[in-house]
Design a protein around this ligand. Sequence first.
Ligand SMILES: NC(=O)c1ccc[n+]([C@@H]2O[C@H](COP(=O)([O-])OP(=O)(O)OC[C@H]3O[C@@H](n4cnc5c(N)ncnc54)[C@H](OP(=O)(O)O)[C@@H]3O)[C@@H](O)[C@H]2O)c1
Length: 221
Amino acid sequence: MKNSNLKVAVIGLGSIGKVVASNLVKGKRDVIIAGKTFSKAEALASELGSLARPMEVAEAIRQADMVVLAVWFSTIKEFFETYAAELEGKIIVDPSNPIAPDDKGGFKKIIGQYESSGEILSALLPKHAKLVKALGTLGADSLKKEAFADPRKVGFYATDDQRINPEIESLIRDNGFEPVRVGGIDKSIDIEVFGNLHEFGALGKAVTLEEAAEKIQPQLA
Ligand SMILES: NC(=O)c1ccc[n+]([C@@H]2O[C@H](COP(=O)([O-])OP(=O)(O)OC[C@H]3O[C@@H](n4cnc5c(N)ncnc54)[C@H](OP(=O)(O)O)[C@@H]3O)[C@@H](O)[C@H]2O)c1
């Protein structure tokens, strides 16, 4: 299948951002990368090769059509304010899980039990931007290890604007996963941590399309 022409930027080069950028390069997709400092992006780009281009955050967002915000939930909220002008009209891909360490060595949700970061962020979006919840349903290790598996494992996503489905699906395929839309942003909770379709929720692992169909068909839109 042909790669999309939309330019993608990955902002935030920690555990998830690095894997997403590296998967995209494996998927032969050009990727703009930006971290807190330019030198971090430059160092990663030299590891990833010529498909990865390092930039400052504002310039990366300006040049991209789709922006993967691989930063923490609270940082995404800050980004929406700081980079409101640059993010106007962009497709924003949100992998965030609204959690913080608890006092028992695990993680706890930092928003209400029935709230999702997707729904909270969709109410705060910069002008004309479109939100997609994706690339956060597997832990970073699985996102790396399971990419381009044969048969492919599923990458779930949720978005309200179905006109962008082909672009999102191309992004997920170029990351090495088979895209499955679970519904609108109101279904984000299912694909966020502790949700029914999350690796660290009811699903428990990465699944193939066949396994997904068997286990979760009733939940799919
Ligand atoms: N880790 C997982 O297994 C996993 C799985 C699913 C979803 N997620 C979600 O993915 C998101 C990223 O998680 P992560 O584990 O990758 O976190 P992480 O390893 O802490 O990486 C976050 C990155 O964001 C960067 N950052 C912070 N502020 C920034 C700014 N103003 N401009 C540019 N970059 C900035 C940090 O840079 P510095 O290092 O320079 O501070 C860091 O590299 C979170 O929302 C998380 O919930 C994570």
